[in-house]
Design a protein around this ligand. Structure first.
Ligand code: NAD
Length: 368
């Protein structure tokens, strides 16, 4: 019998990874993609910065998605991107002309990869132009803005997905599968952390008006999101503590935050995030076993082990797997569990808001 892992490895070898998605996604009854002529998801990237560039490069290996357009405020980037990705003039936009995309049938979706506090404005602009939207994490700077984004996309009749690339990543999925199959027994403790030492003190990530917050918004969200998908529950309370060792550099945003989550089953999660500590781990402990990924949240290769021994899953380019998976979600109405829709992004934003509120109230226990 061919195991799922064997199968993934086979398609990895034969297709250069592009088609992990069909094994991860389930179809809604209304669609039958097999009978429809296959076509690729046509993507425009908004925000041609460091992560936008990474996504564009990864999409070169996609089977189901292709980069066809750009939205940029930097005219000097246009000829470079046009040449590199064969983008026609008619698919080049700036932040003022996004609305004109309404008249362009050759773009299906815009991937918003701009600073966090601009996500709400940009997603709503794209939705008003009648295009589906993929928005980077964190979905927004507040839960209130996340709700506005969901409402705008619903009103426009377009899909809203959040760039949770790890939901498509084989090591992460293996751990989720093992937990859901009961292999760890009843889960009772999660210990997640991620941080890095941030460089350039002038960058937008250190400005509250553009970043919304600091390490928590940027990478702590991975620990929170993982606690939610590992537990398969929603937290009912949170407490949090903040530490600042460099109040000048981190005058506007958080440097290091620890937070604790309580879940209905009694499971507790302890999480930490920092712009001044390099650390990265996912750990889930149950009655019968454990799972650990370290590194767990970066671009990989992810490594991991469980009580059964080392994990050995296919190593993928996260953004290639993500975009192929998202193509299936958008074009063929597939779904993935854990989901990557706007509601999933909102659930994280609600807890992020509560973490900041707990800190403002002297580490108060916040009910969720
Ligand atoms: P970046 O600074 O490298 O790029 C940001 C882009 O936004 C630039 O092209 C910039 O020109 C553009 N932009 C538009 N309006 C702007 C404004 N008013 N001020 C500043 N820049 C403006 O940042 P990045 O690292 O690419 O991050 C962009 C987004 O992607 C963030 O939301 C971040 O959280 C997310 N991200 C996600 C991952 C992931 O693994 N999923 C990794 C890195 C970044």
């Amino acid at each position: 019998m061919t195991s799922r892992r064997d199968f993934l490895q086979k398609i990895t070898l034969s297709t250069g990874l592009a088609s992990l998605a069909p094994t991860l996604l389930s179809a809604t009854p209304a669609t039958n993609s097999a009978q429809q002529p296959a076509r690729k998801l046509r993507v425009a990237i908004m925000g041609l910065g460091s992560y936008g560039t990474r996504v564009a490069k990864a999409m070169k290996d996609c089977q189901s998605a292709e980069l066809v357009g750009i939205v940029t405020g930097s005219p000097e980037k246009i000829p470079v991107w046009k040449k590199e990705y064969n983008i026609p003039d008619k698919n080049v936009y700036n932040y003022e002309t996004v609305g004109q995309m309404k008249n362009n049938p050759d773009i299906d979706v815009v991937y918003v990869i701009t600073p966090n506090s601009l996500h709400a404005k940009h997603v709503m602009q794209v939705a008003a132009a009648g295009k589906h939207v993929i928005c980077e994490k964190p979905m927004a700077d507040t839960a209130a803005n996340a709700r506005k984004m969901i409402a705008a996309c619903e009103k426009a009749g377009v899909k809203l997905l959040i760039g949770y690339r790890l939901h498509f990543e084989p090591y992460t999925r293996k751990v989720i599968e093992m937990i859901q199959a009961g292999e760890m027994g009843k889960l009772n403790y999660i210990d997640n952390y991620q941080g890095f030492k941030i460089g350039d003190p002038t960058q937008w990530r250190l400005k509250k008006s553009l970043a919304g917050g600091g390490a928590l918004m940027d990478v702590g969200i991975y620990c929170l999101n993982a606690a939610r998908y590992l537990s398969n529950e929603e937290p009912i309370w949170v407490t949090a503590q903040e530490t600042k060792t460099d109040p000048v550099k981190f005058a506007e945003v958080d440097e290091t935050i620890q937070f604790q989550l309580g879940f209905p089953s009694g499971l507790v999660a302890s999480c930490a995030t920092s712009y001044n500590i390099r650390f990265e781990r996912l750990y889930a402990q149950g009655d019968k076993g454990f799972a650990e990924l370290s590194p767990a949240y970066g671009y990989g290769p992810i490594k991991g082990r469980t009580h059964k021994g080392p994990l050995d899953e296919p190593v993928v380019t996260h953004q290639t797997a993500q975009m192929d998976g998202m193509a299936d979600i958008i074009l063929n109405n597939k779904t993935i569990d854990p989901p990557v829709d706007g509601q999933e992004g909102l659930k994280d934003m609600i807890v992020l808001d509560a973490i900041y509120e707990s800190i403002r109230k002297g580490s108060a226990k916040m009910k969720l």
